[in-house]
Ligand binder design. Structure first.
Ligand code: ZN
Length: 137
């Protein structure tokens, strides 16, 4: 039996990184698991999950700027379908999930690490699924 929890994040911009660390910690507390692995996943093709710093919020803007430089808007095959190929490519680069070890009921995030929902085609409602797996038997 794997406890599974979900929550919804309403993004407000075309592109943004939303800190969801507190929501994930809430899901972990609900799971009752003390030692194991916490998976955070978005079931969306133009959103992603990243772990990085939020003490300086400009880093989240730098990440978006870097992806904008890597993936130019326009000219992609998928743009003929719904004109958001760059959003799909950025989501594929960052990836849809992250695993965080859990020890004594706490996420083992580093001092400078937070968990972010990465929005690349907002604003939208995004579902986040948190699955906590207990270690051992
Ligand atoms: Zn699309």
């Amino acid at each position: 039996m794997v406890p599974e929890m979900e929550f919804i994040i309403s993004t407000t911009k075309k592109q943004e990184l939303v800190d969801i660390t507190h929501q994930v910690e809430g899901s972990l507390a609900k799971s009752g698991v003390n030692d194991g692995l916490c998976n955070v996943y978005v079931p969306h093709a133009t959103a992603a999950i990243a772990i990085n710093e939020n003490a300086d919020p400009e880093i989240t803007l730098d990440i978006i700027d870097a992806l904008d430089k890597m993936v130019k808007e326009g000219g992609w095959r998928h743009d003929r379908i719904d004109n958001n190929a760059a959003s799909h490519i950025k989501a594929a680069i960052v990836g849809p999930s992250a695993n965080i070890p859990v020890k004594e009921g706490r996420l083992q995030l580093g001092r400078w690490q937070d968990i972010f929902l990465c929005e690349f085609d907002g604003p939208r409602e995004r579902k986040v699924i948190v699955t906590v797996t207990k270690q051992g038997r």
